[in-house]
Design a protein around this ligand. Structure first.
Ligand SMILES: Cc1cc2nc3c(=O)[nH]c(=O)nc-3n(C[C@H](O)[C@H](O)[C@H](O)COP(=O)(O)O)c2cc1C
Length: 327
């Protein structure tokens, strides 16, 4: 059991926020297949306090999409504080603060992973956010460091977060300099876990239930956050739960993959609209059938399709090749 503020979770398996991926459609599919706690994509505090039109869809949620955390990214303690109050007023169950984003547009002004190198500013942000929040727990997600792979920066920031009253920390075992290359260093997760009393989530390179079990065992972390490993594989959450309780994870059949992929596309179009939904769906369809023998041709066709109807037909007609195996 993990306690985050007033919430107690039986699960150790959380979803990691991913911009342009963990939208409503993704979350509803994941929940249908066993995810217990989800996050929005990251939301810019600056954009939110200005009620920027492009930001509002990121905040949309539906009753079934609960409990749901929202993630804020920003470098201004004032905007982060104001945006935090808005997130709470909008009814999100948890607020997460982004100290991990590696993108230059974000780190340039000093937000995301740049805060690992500026712990004084991070502390000011944490403090102002906590001052603006009445009830909901605040958590932080960070990388191992900016360029320093030792984990010292993450450790320092995590200690500040605990001191300022945050309720949990997620550590992605890569530096900003690594981007998404190389391997996540799980030793950094262990380092932070050993130093903190609040729950620590491990993140980075969990692609199978066995990976999750290994991370929990080797780092001692309280829970795991799954990012890319769930793209096209929303069965991973239940698979991890199964393995952790001594059962064999179920492997979805090709037909089940098709059914879920089609439902994901349908929800994407429902919530993002036909034009945007169809555009997103090209990528989503490719996630589900990654590794299939005939996937290259399928992707070519799907990339040319521009309506949900065309995509549905292509997906229904798609077969995995002689073996029917997808991996
Ligand atoms: C496309 C993409 C978008 C991401 N967006 C976010 C984000 O909005 N907020 C965040 O904290 N991390 C974001 N991440 C990082 C992931 O949450 C996660 O920390 C990272 O991918 C490592 O975990 P994984 O190996 O399980 O994917 C993103 C990663 C990817 C690949």
């Amino acid at each position: 059991m993990i306690k985050i503020g007033k919430h107690t979770f039986k699960t150790k398996v959380f979803q990691s926020p991913m911009a342009d991926c963990t939208d409503i459609a993704f979350r509803l599919i994941a929940r249908e297949l066993g995810l217990a706690f989800a996050f929005t994509e990251m939301i810019s505090a600056e954009a939110l306090v200005r009620w920027n039109k492009g930001t509002l869809p990121l905040l949309r949620k539906v009753p079934k999409d609960k409990p749901l955390g929202a993630q804020l990214v920003g470098h201004s303690p004032v905007s982060m504080g104001k945006a935090a109050a808005m997130i709470e007023a909008l009814g999100f169950e948890v607020l997460d603060l982004n100290c991990g984003c590696p993108v230059r547009k974000v780190t340039g002004p000093g937000a995301g992973s740049a805060l690992l190198q500026n712990p004084e500013l991070a502390q000011e942000i944490f403090r102002n956010v906590m001052a603006h929040i009445k009830k909901i727990p605040v958590t932080v997600k960070m990388r191992a460091g900016f360029t320093d792979p030792s984990g010292k920066e993450a450790l320092h920031l995590a200690r500040i977060a605990e001191k300022e009253g945050l309720s949990a920390v997620t550590v992605h075992g890569r530096t900003r300099a690594q981007g998404y290359t190389g391997k996540a260093d799980w030793k950094v997760i262990r380092l932070v876990k050993k130093a903190l009393k609040i729950p620590v989530f491990g993140n980075g390179d969990i692609f199978t239930p066995e990976d999750a079990q290994r991370m929990l065992e080797t780092t001692g972390c309280d829970g795991v956050a799954i990012g890319r490993g769930a793209l096209g594989n929303p069965w991973i959450y239940a698979g991890i739960e199964a393995l952790l309780s001594g059962h064999s994870p179920k492997i979805p059949s090709f037909e089940e993959k098709k059914r879920v992929a089609l439902e994901h596309l349908r929800l994407e179009v429902k919530y993002a609209g036909e034009k945007m939904g169809a555009l997103h769906s090209r990528r989503i369809a490719a996630w589900y059938f990654k590794g299939c023998p005939n996937v290259a041709q399928f992707r070519e066709k799907i990339n040319r399709a521009s309506t949900f109807k065309e995509m549905t037909v292509l997906m229904e007609d798609f077969n995995a090749g002689e073996t029917g195996q997808t991996k």
